[in-house]
Design a protein around this ligand. Structure first.
Ligand SMILES: C[S@@+](CC[C@H](N)C(=O)[O-])C[C@H]1O[C@@H](n2cnc3c(N)ncnc32)[C@H](O)[C@@H]1O
Length: 244
């Protein structure tokens, strides 16, 4: 995604609010995805870990970790000033434990925006922007250098299905699952189609979702060990690795 796109997508408050409003009907998938990220961080729950969330937006994933870990602190990096401005507003209870910094993962310059190393690097729904020219392959190497020994990198993201027919099959499976959820949650008064219609599209350019096997190979190449896809539901995944 080019930096100029910020003005119409992640740089725009209305776009962000519209995007965030989809959270409710996607909750049954997103919630377990987030739970899996939290559970894969290896340090003891009361350890004073230092966390980095890349493409953090307003820090939703970092905030979930901090609420799970009373002594953790987080640095949230994002390219969008509008997203970062929302961070303290959305997480007032965590203001002393969260820092928001601006930087674009498009170039290694972002490394100057964050100081030091981290016990855990996390990300959600952001790194799929960087598949072109194998961008994520380089980012994984940059992230590896920021992770302390004994730490981890965990990414909650989307990947491609390996064939067209599997893409279709996954889409149907996901929609049927979510449709049942919306019907049950609304006591039969709504369905997925209506929920989708009530949250107009927040399309923000191509999602260059990766191929899972390639993502895992790039993590191993960067130096991570015990690399795996920790959780998967259709094309929604949590994958990552650890630093010995
Ligand atoms: C779908 S949002 C996810 C935000 C957050 N991680 C979450 O799950 O709520 C994608 C985020 O990626 C950020 N992003 C896109 N391109 C970026 C770049 N080049 N560098 C840093 N962040 C970027 C956007 O600003 C946006 O906040």
């Amino acid at each position: 995604m080019a930096d100029t796109d910020w003005q119409t997508t992640w740089g725009d408050k209305d776009f962000i609010e519209n995007w965030a409003s989809k959270g409710s009907w996607q909750a049954p998938i997103r919630d377990v995805q987030t739970a899996m990220v939290l559970r894969m961080i290896p340090q003891p729950i009361d350890a004073p870990i230092r966390l980095l969330d890349v493409g953090a937006g307003y820090g939703a994933l970092a905030a979930a970790v901090l609420r799970d870990r009373p002594n953790a602190t987080a640095v949230c990096l994002d390219a969008s000033a509008a997203m970062l401005k929302l961070g303290p507003e959305k997480n007032p209870d965590l203001k002393d434990r969260m820092t928001f910094v601006q930087g674009s993962l498009e170039s290694p310059d972002w490394l100057k925006a964050v100081n030091g190393t981290f016990d855990a690097v996390i990300s959600s729904r952001a790194l799929h922007h960087f598949t072109e020219n194998q961008g994520r392959r380089d980012i994984f190497k940059e992230l590896f250098n920021l992770v302390r020994a004994g730490g981890c990198f965990v990414n909650a993201d989307n990947v491609c299905a390996s064939t067209k027919s599997l893409t279709e099959h996954y889409r149907n499976a996901r929609d049927e699952y979510l449709d049942r959820y919306v019907r049950a949650a609304s006591g039969g008064r709504s369905n997925l189609a209506e929920a989708k219609a009530a949250t107009p599209s927040s399309y923000h350019g191509p999602h260059n979702n990766g191929i899972l096997e390639e993502e895992l190979a790039w993590l191993r190449e960067a130096g991570f060990v015990d690399v795996d896809c920790f959780w998967k539901f259709t094309t929604t995944v949590v994958y990552g690795g650890f630093k010995s």
